[in-house]
Design a protein around this ligand. Structure first.
Ligand SMILES: NC(=O)c1ccc[n+]([C@@H]2O[C@H](COP(=O)([O-])OP(=O)(O)OC[C@H]3O[C@@H](n4cnc5c(N)ncnc54)[C@H](O)[C@@H]3O)[C@@H](O)[C@H]2O)c1
Length: 392
């Protein structure tokens, strides 16, 4: 495809503005032309409003649309970014695919698995390039860890994500006019976000797949529900989540996720165990494991003697803008050059992360039942959990 790539963005909210910034920068490098933006709320499309968060943006001849469908029908686009709340999809991804437009879908792709399968089917049928918004796959330390585990079997992963409801970003969807939360913080609301595991923990879930080189086969979970007296102030998502993922080749991973109120702390702890090594995130990324031929060694080695640096610190914020820019850049290059191998995931390959996060909710609802993902995604028994509720 002759560049620059003609791109559009649907949903100019908190995350959409980051993509506006990245794509504006890629426009100044003549990699893309930002042809169109769509958002139902006109103030979200105002040049000054956009520039307050996306400093490299100038409207120029970028067309503005109040409707995604209209934009997809009228604008001349090679690729489109979908950056809307996950319960708001109404067939736009399918329409983009049918029109031959490459699809970048933010995570979670939707809250309803049947809808995701339908979107994937449309993308597959049209043969358009696609990806999903998991920027941590581009983080250099995480890439180094994936390379390390390519030659070793991961046996277990423990991830602890400590966060609070105050960490929820500033949201631009006018949910107060759409039957959603009055304070717009839809990420704290179950009907809009799925749950914190679906909305945010899906990143960690996807990372577990990245590091194991494997897919999740089953899920078991237990959540701690937030007291209803706190819902008006803090939203109705659970306060704490424990999720266990079982992988096809036998690894087991724990995701512990917290979203209390009043705790102004954000931290991550990740431990990865392989058959014969333990990976730790220190000031550097480090693996502990004896690699000598003569095992066991005659003398017990000190931990410092079996310590191997996989990547030098300091590490960038894995969720930060550097990796998101890299994700956008790679998608642009991949579509422009017709090289899918430049991407670290596709819409289709990301379905397992979505299914796992959605099934964690189901396991909790079924009192910790182990949910097999094959059954969850196709079985009649789980049909009611996969479809969009009529109330939405
Ligand atoms: N990858 C990441 O790190 C990351 C970070 C934040 C958000 N996200 C994801 O990005 C998506 C959007 O989240 P956000 O934080 O930007 O939310 P937001 O509410 O701030 O923004 C969403 C925007 O979409 C617009 N919108 C809503 N329905 C629309 C429709 N049908 N057509 C066009 N525009 C529509 C809203 O007006 C709003 O401007 C979510 O799926 C979220 O999970 C990903």
């Amino acid at each position: 495809m002759a560049g620059p790539l003609k791109v559009g963005i649907i949903g100019i909210g908190q995350r959409g503005l980051q993509h506006v910034e990245h794509l504006s920068r890629l426009q100044s490098e003549e990699e893309v032309r930002l042809v169109a933006l769509a958002d139902p709320f006109p103030e979200n499309l105002g040049e000054e409003n956009i520039q307050s968060r996306a400093v490299s943006y100038t409207q120029g001849d970028t067309a503005l649309y109040g409707s995604a469908i209209e934009m997809l029908r009228e604008a001349d686009l090679d690729a489109v970014w979908f950056v809307i709340p996950p319960n708001q999809h109404r067939g736009e991804i399918e329409l983009a695919a049918e029109r031959g437009i490459a699809v970048f879908a933010e995570k979670p792709q939707t809250l309803f698995y049947d809808e995701a399968a339908h979107q994937a089917e449309a993308i597959r049928k049209a043969g358009v390039p696609s990806t999903a918004g998991f920027q941590m796959r581009y983080e250099p330390w995480y890439v180094a860890l994936r390379e390390y585990t390519a030659e070793r079997a991961v046996t277990s992963i423990t991830m602890v994500d400590v966060g609070g409801i105050e960490g929820h970003g500033r949201k631009l969807t006018r949910t107060e006019e759409m039957g959603g939360p009055g304070n717009r913080v839809w990420t704290a609301n179950r009907e809009w976000s799925g749950s914190s595991v679906v909305e945010a923990g899906i990143h960690q879930t996807d990372l577990m797949r990245y590091w194991t080189h494997d897919d999740i086969e089953w899920v078991q979970s237990a959540y701690v529900e937030r007291d209803p007296s706190l819902h008006a102030l803090e939203g109705d998502n659970p306060t704490a989540y424990t999720v266990v993922y079982g992988f096809r080749r036998g690894a087991v991973a724990n995701l512990i996720f917290t979203r209390p109120g009043r705790v102004y702390l954000n931290e991550r702890y990740d431990y990865v165990l392989t058959t014969h090594s333990q990976v730790k995130f220190e000031d550097d990324l480090v693996a502990y494991g004896y690699e000598g031929d003569a095992y066991p060694p005659a003398e017990k080695p000190a931990a410092s003697e079996v310590r191997r640096v996989l990547a030098k610190g300091p590490q960038n914020n894995p969720m930060g803008n550097e990796n998101s820019l890299e994700l956008d850049r790679r998608f642009v290059e991949s579509v422009t050059l017709g090289k899918p191998e430049l991407l670290k995931n596709t819409f289709e390959s990301s379905l397992n992360s979505l299914a796992a996060a959605l099934a964690a909710n189901v396991s909790h609802e079924l009192h910790g039942e182990r949910i097999n993902l094959e059954e969850f995604t196709t079985g009649e028994r789980f049909a009611r959990f996969r479809k969009r509720p009529e109330s939405l």
